[in-house]
Write a protein that binds this ligand. Structure first.
Ligand SMILES: [Zn+2]
Length: 326
């Protein structure tokens, strides 16, 4: 194990091999677990997280968002007051801009993007979980991976499916005007064009390459700026509890995708991640690879969660799987 620290096994701790063998039973893990996540990260007393103090912050009118310049012509658009602490990225070229993810759809991300650039903006999602597509409908051009999961999620999420995201326990401050627990939902969005692994997006002076990294969801991607050595990991890696318990998560696919990402590390200078803190060291992907392999090999020891899932804790991140992983 490289730099991965395993939490000591207590009562109810499980070796990962049992997971790989499908030995655990129970109901399916849900997509949202606001209270447990908020409790996990000690969220309200901790935002914005300390890393942000080292980043250059830009003023924007809508104070639901915090915007940070994380590299030349790359902005992290952070939503610190909702427990997901999701981060979207605006990446500028000379002729166009790519918006990687559109956040919760609680604040209006379009107005933030319009303050930052006058370039034509294309939206692409790191994956189509609701915390990453909330503002998609505010944009005219949306690229999407060509999967059934993506098509389904483009129909949006109803208030019943989404309302837990804006419950009082999920928030650190009041909702913006017009959004309530009773009307919040994820609007459906139109897909302008489908893309696939290897698709290249030329923004003028900056080319981004789409890497299919299924696992967290079937449509998960990473985005690579080969020249700069930047990799946007979406939810395949971030510093925090990595959720791998949704019904659409496929652990074997995730394992292969993590191996693929780890191979890129020698070419990389910086990771930009989907939650909590935007900037991470590329070597984190080697630690993640070791962690996932340890989980599959049964070396890593996990802690049983209240809902029957299991959390494998490593240094700086953890992996949370459901009661019935696949
Ligand atoms: Zn997410």
């Amino acid at each position: 194990m490289r730099a991965a620290i395993l939490r000591l096994a207590g009562a109810g701790a499980l070796a990962g091999g049992a997971l790989a063998g499908g030995a655990l039973a129970c109901g399916p893990g849900g997509e949202s677990a606001p209270e447990s996540r908020a409790a996990t990260v000690g969220f309200c007393s901790n935002v914005p997280r300390s890393q942000y103090a080292d980043l250059e912050r830009l003023d924007v009118a809508d104070d639901w968002f915090e915007v940070y310049r994380v590299a030349p012509r790359v902005y992290a658009i952070y939503e610190p007051f909702q427990f997901q602490e999701v981060i979207s990225y605006l990446i500028l070229g000379e002729e166009g801009a790519l918006l990687l993810d559109t956040g919760m759809g609680i604040g209006r991300i379009r107005s933030v993007v319009d303050e930052l650039t006058a370039l034509p903006v294309t939206v692409l999602n790191s994956h189509t979980h609701m915390d990453h597509v909330g503002g998609n409908a505010e944009f005219e051009r949306v690229l999407a991976m060509d999967t059934e999961f993506t098509r389904t999620r483009a129909r949006g999420r109803t208030n019943a499916e989404a309302r837990a995201e804006v419950a009082a326990t999920a928030l650190c401050r009041p909702l913006p005007a017009g959004i309530t627990e009773d009307n919040y939902h994820t609007p459906a969005f139109e897909i302008s064009a489908f893309i696939d692994d290897g698709h290249r997006i030329d923004l003028g002076g900056r080319t981004l390459e789409v890497l299919a990294v299924p696992g967290h969801t079937p449509d998960a991607i990473a985005l690579l700026d080969r020249e700069a050595g930047f990799l946007w990991t979406g939810d395949s890696f971030y510093e925090g509890p990595i959720w791998l318990f949704a019904p659409e998560t496929e652990l074997e696919a995730y394992r292969s995708s993590v191996a693929r990402l780890a191979e890129l590390v020698p070419e990389l200078t910086t990771l930009f991640t989907g939650h909590n803190t935007p900037v991470a060291q590329p070597s984190r992907l080697l630690e993640l690879h070791d962690a996932v392999e340890a989980m599959f090999d049964g070396i890593a020891v996990g802690n049983r969660l209240r809902d029957g899932g299991v959390e494998f804790v490593f240094e700086g991140f953890s992996i949370m799987v459901g009661p019935d992983p696949r």
